[in-house]
Write a protein that binds this ligand. Structure first.
Ligand SMILES: Cc1c2[nH]c(c1CCC(=O)O)Cc1[nH]c(c(CCC(=O)O)c1C)Cc1[nH]c(c(CCC(=O)O)c1C)Cc1[nH]c(c(C)c1CCC(=O)O)C2
Length: 365
């Protein structure tokens, strides 16, 4: 990663915006493999129902309406930055937003997640998969511009869903624990699988490029359900498509974070897909993750994670001890970005998250 954060002019409302000065950002320093002045921290799903101000703003507003309303996108993205004091904002969006923008009938059902009206399970349905016209993302991209205008010197993380996780929602029709229809199609109709995954990779690329060109300073590729795969399945059916997404945004010169859940056996393959930062879930200690990622002499990685989100309900002494342990383990990496090992649960106490940020900022990076 060569350029400084100031070197990329950003288009905003038709004119070039003076680039923000993010050279002091501990998050971007760590994401680029440099030991930061302080240990950076943000939380996956930091914008969401755990925040009373989020619940108030969303009252009576359907999720999909909020996700395509530039002002709501901007305000919701900023809420956790103001309240928690985190070192990065994460764009308020969802992995299904580009599918909705492409014209696919997906709804987000509270307490469930994405639900697909017509699951994609055969050659005809895959052949009918629409491409994503970037113009259909305009309200979302306008939301990105508004966020960047209001963020000051806090970097913005854009994101997209990885092809496998997106494909699972489309094939299963909604959330799944075992992804059996997805895996059956992957193994029984490999050509169909690769066609669908390639189309979803293209949609993810369009979504990520739009966010970065509108001002996002880093991206995260969420392959949340990749942990359902064997290493052989991952390498044969999934890694090539995630690698295509990460390669397709490499020219934008922003750090790329690659994250999944249950991915302890897949971490080297996920790093090999082209990540600058590997996001680790709570099951693998960070120093063990570094050992797995350097087993064949590879360069010491940058890692992100990995407090167990369930422990947010534990007593403060338990949380404090876990945070200190994770920060100590993270020192085995080239740099560490503190996070949870998955998203903030809806019932989390924002006061606890704020206290974690303060504790992390007091620890050695
Ligand atoms: C798998 C996945 C999805 N969406 C996403 C993923 C990958 C991240 C992860 O694994 O947690 C990505 C996502 N979606 C959302 C965020 C938060 C962004 C931010 O913090 O600014 C993120 C990072 C908004 C959202 N996306 C969703 C919510 C909850 C909607 C609400 O009721 O307010 C939020 C804040 C809905 C959603 N969307 C999805 C699920 C599983 C759910 C939860 C359903 C529920 O528990 O109600 C699909």
């Amino acid at each position: 990663m060569s350029t400084t954060a100031q070197s990329r002019p950003r288009a905003a409302h038709g004119e070039l915006r003076a680039p923000r000065d993010l050279t002091a950002s501990p998050f971007l320093a760590a994401a680029r493999g440099r030991r930061p002045a302080r240990l950076p921290v943000w939380f996956m799903r930091q914008a969401g129902r755990s925040l009373p101000e989020y619940r108030a703003l969303r009252e009576g507003v359907p999720m999909l309406k909020a996700l395509f309303d530039p002002e709501m996108i901007a305000e919701i993205t900023l809420q956790p930055v103001r309240r928690l004091g985190v070192d990065a904002a994460v764009f308020f969006s969802d992995i299904v937003v580009p599918l909705v923008a492409a014209g696919i009938d997906v709804d987000i059902v509270p307490g469930t997640g994405p639900v697909v009206a017509a699951p994609v399970r055969d050659a005809d349905a895959i052949a009918r998969m629409p491409e994503l016209d970037p113009a259909r993302l305009e309200p979302v991209i306008e939301g990105t511009r508004l966020v960047v205008d209001r963020l000051g010197e806090t970097p913005l993380i854009g994101f997209a869903g990885a092809p496998f996780t997106l494909a699972s929602y489309l094939i299963e029709g909604g959330p799944s624990r075992t992804h059996e229809r997805t895996k059956a199609l992957m193994h029984s109709e490999p050509a169909l699988w690769h066609d669908l995954a390639a189309r979803l990779a293209g949609i993810a690329v369009t979504f990520l490029r739009g966010q970065v060109e509108a001002g996002a300073d880093a991206v995260q590729l969420f392959d949340s359900w990749a942990g359902a795969l064997t290493l052989r399945e991952y390498r044969e059916f999934v890694q090539p498509h995630s690698a295509r997404v990460l390669a397709a945004v490499a020219d934008l010169d922003v750090p790329r974070i690659h994250f999944g859940v249950g991915t302890g056996e897949l971490l080297p393959a996920m790093r090999d897909a082209g990540a600058d930062v590997v996001g680790v879930d709570w099951r693998v200690p960070l120093d063990e993750a570094v050992r797995r990622l350097t087993a064949n002499g590879e360069p010491t990685p940058v890692v992100q994670g990995n407090l167990d989100p369930a422990l947010l309900q534990a007593s403060w002494p338990v949380i404090e001890a876990e945070v200190r342990r994770i920060a100590a383990e993270g020192r085995a990496a080239a740099a560490h970005i503190f996070n949870l090992g998955h998203g903030v649960p809806p019932g989390a106490d924002p006061e606890v998250l704020t206290r974690i940020v303060e504790l992390v900022h007091s620890l050695e990076p």
